[in-house]
Design a protein around this ligand. Structure first.
Ligand code: SF4
Length: 95
């Protein structure tokens, strides 16, 4: 499942508060007057995208992050299912 990772480069942030004004559901100011995210991984970019676009020093980053597959999901990738299908087909043909 695709998720989005939101990060702020605090060394670059000037603490203007624009991100909080545009997206207070995920941005807030910390005790040092810099912005911080409430949730670093979100399902949809939503207003985080507005904050990113409006940040005057471009220190907000949004990256797509694909969740790691579970062992069961890894076992049943399309490739493995096709291989299993072909093996069973070969067995049926030879019977
Ligand atoms: S908009 Fe950018 S510079 Fe302004 S507080 Fe938010 S992260 Fe910091």
């Amino acid at each position: 499942m695709v998720k989005y990772k939101v990060t702020i480069d605090k060394d670059v942030c000037i603490g203007c508060g624009t991100c909080v004004a545009l997206c207070d559901e995920n941005f807030e100011m910390d005790d040092n007057g810099k912005a911080k995210v409430k949730k670093s991984v979100v399902d949809k970019p939503g207003c985080n995208e507005n904050a990113k676009e409006s940040c005057p020093v471009s220190c907000i980053k949004i990256e797509k992050s694909v969740e790691k597959m579970t062992a069961t999901q890894e076992k049943y990738t399309t490739e493995s299912l096709l291989k299993e299908y072909n093996e069973k087909k070969a067995v049926i043909k030879s019977a």
